[in-house]
Design a protein. Sequence first.
Length: 285
Amino acid sequence: MSTAAKPTVSTFKSDREPIWCPGCGDFGALNAFYQTLVSLEIEPHNIALVSGIGCSSRFPYFVNAYCFHGVHGRALPTATGLKVSNPDLTVCVIGGDGDGFSIGAGHLPHTVRRNPDITYLMLDNEIYGLTKGQAAPTSPTGSVTPSSPLGTLESSVNPVAMVLSFGATFVARGYSGDPKGLRDIYIQAIKHPGFAFVDVLSPCPTFNSDMTYQTLRPQVKPLPEDHDPTDLSKAFTLALDSTPHTGIFFQTESVPFEKRIADLRAKQVEYGGKGDMEKLIQSFR
């Protein structure tokens, strides 16, 4: 922080109270995020949050930062534009599994391959909570919901495995029932120089009886202590395991998108000069 005072959770809380249902995992995900910002000591005016549509996409309303609540599935390109235009910003995308892996799924692989230095926190409740419990891309096969009263027929999406397959440079999974562990993952994700994806297991007891703290707590296990996060093959193996492991599956170094753009601009100036905008405009008249 530029001031002498150290930040506290209240530094990053907005004047709006969270309105999620009682027992929603998004409360834990939000509190872990507050603790992350306290630990990193990022000033609120240097933070930008972008979200799409869904329960989880209300997240930015409750954070004292620059926030953009966009349309369904379009948070990633918006966040990429923010980061490219102002590389000094800490940019985070908040969304749900429906927002990211349904209507927004087309943007995900291209954001990954560009590798902007943004952090994507996907609050995963395996259901469409905001619209009252329809099946989502991550809902297990056979899930009985208002949109699938006889059970879903489609196979479910595996977010961690899918993002690994796209070539992401940081892939992790956390659990809102483990706020300290989730905070530690958030910190590593935000500090990572490139695109970082965190699948946050976030219970929805109102609309998904299979995704509650009571059902998740016995299942969630940390990644093996000897897991090497630079081993992509092992990361895939663990991602495909039926156990919902938490921790950093994979991490590698690469040059972020906005740095490559800056390098390209520097080369253009070096070889072609700064150019004459007025001369360029006149050439079209």
